[in-house]
Design a binder for this molecule. Sequence first.
Ligand code: CU
Length: 376
Amino acid sequence: MEIVTRIIQLTVLACISVSTHSAWELNMTKSATAIGREIHGLHMTIFYVCVAIAIVVFGIMLYSIIRHRKSLGATAKPFHESTVVEIIWTTIPLIILVVMAIPATQTLIAMYDTETSDIDIKVTGYQWKWRYEYLSEQEQGIDFFSTLTTSQDQMIGLETKSENYLLEVDNAVVIPINKKVRFLFTAQDVIHSWWVPELAVKKDAIPGFINESWTKVEKVGTYRGQCAELCGQGHGYMPIVVKAVSAEDYQAWVKEQKSKQLNANKVEELTMEQLMAQGKASYDKNCAACHQVSGLGIPPVFPALKDSPIALGDMEKHIDIVVNGQPGTAMAAFGEQLTPTEIAAIITYERNAWGNNKGDSIQGAEIVSFKQAQGQ
Ligand SMILES: [Cu+2]
């Protein structure tokens, strides 16, 4: 009985507190795009049609039950197979369905119309991050990964959670406002789904297939979303951040990205301290989801790197597994995801962290020659 009292108390509390009302929001997200508002409008139209049908049907039913109840002496009419009734209950629903199909088809056609786009972006899902490649002429060559930046300490409760906990990334995908942006979705490993509620875009990213969608954002702002397909242990850790900016800001961003891209493969010589510091930061961001911050992994699926024969063994083999991954396992090829300097720093860190104390280090230039020797 105590539990019932408790539930009643909680319900009453929830009803009277204003702040919980927003959390109780049941309807679809209000969109920042015209097509999103159209989808919302369609959803409301269909909803009201359903409400009207419910009122009419249950109204007649309740009226009949009460008006013709047995205690008033009502007796059923003994007829069978009425052609008139059958025609009525077939045509009315048919008309309702056709009436609903017209706006629904119009909206669907608009949603699927990816023609005449101004900018094309290929979006690839990885376990567990997103990659954005700009395909249109002007942005050609812009290609980057977008990885969660929420720290492990926040996740395990050692730090207070930030405002955009689990919804923040290092590189947001940047688009200009009032331009039609076409997205092409695919995935590298398993099925993911790119979902940003305020843009009304939700599309599966499937290995070997290309799905399309588009958006045209009207207001400058940051729009956040998440992967919406259970894609493994890190499914909750691959958020999406879209930054819609003015045309001028967009031009500036494109310029900055292009120069960044040119410098990406420039490697600089780092000291041991620099390698270890950069290595820890990159490791925690890119590797800790599986191998853990502690380097202890989650055996037997994700091996420990502390005392690992590979992390403490031959340098060549160690570079190979990080650059090329281990096909058929969750260990991805990081050669194209990270810069040579980042890879060198991570490998140095792995060989000297958690008591591994191997004492050796490696520079980005050696990663570049390793990749070149393999024709990459
Ligand atoms: Cu995913």
